[in-house]
Design a protein around this ligand. Sequence first.
Ligand code: PAF
Length: 296
Amino acid sequence: MTKPLTRDDYVPNDVTVHRDPDRLRRVVRALRAAGRNIALVPTMGALHEGHRKLIREAHVMQNTVVVVSIFVNPTQFGPSEDFSRYPRTFESDVDTCRAERVGLVFAPSVEDMYRPGSTVTVSAGPLGEELEGASRPGHFAGVLTVVSKLFNIVQPTYAVFGEKDYQQLTLIHRMARDLDFPVDVVGVPTVREADGLALSSRNRYLSEDERAAATALSAALVAGAHVSGRGAEAVLKAASETLAAEPRVELDYLELRAPDLGPAPENGDARLLVAARVGTTRLIDNAAVLLGTGDE
Ligand code: PAF
């Protein structure tokens, strides 16, 4: 028999941690019935200032209870990737959520998210094979499958994601549109350190030396954006020269695309995306550029 909900399942002005998907589903259903909007911030934990910004953005929506999911999703990691060593900082993550006035933390176990025998997944389509997908086969199927499960369990009105993972954000927008999820997907600009390095949970893998080298990624984006008035070729040249000047950066890709990640236009809005390995750590970054509209 399912246990009835109690006052402990949702405590106004404090954070409540739920591990059981069915119970969380019932709590958010009750909150929605009471007229509250749910804003979901999906994370894999190891929360940093970038996540805090996502949570603050979630609070901007009217009459909202913010739900942060913390789940290191095994299906989005390849066999040689960092699933087992991915940083897990649950206690301090809950403290961060409390400080940011999060209402509910959803932290399921792998077994509760992926029940034995589950075989159906979400396909990311052709864009899922490009850019990040070319280096990380199956990654976006794993991301979209877990995000669709989170949408179904948490039933959010809004779901907030960082632009730092720009291809992920694009594919989640597309999934919500193509599969008719009744959710507003909200993208939030990347938070950076003072020297330009994009905040990422993986930055903590970097040694001091590697951390210094990693700033070449954001420097390359700035260099590219600086000459964007001269067109695509100039942008790619300036960005790749900046990367080449840092021997500790092993480039995976540097690409200019349209904002929806189709082919880059000759003029107008575009996105410059970079991925590289620094030591054993794979980093990504991206920036908006406006092509060919000035005399730079
Ligand atoms: O961006 C992330 O942290 C993850 O890919 C997400 C969206 C939480 C899915 O596991």
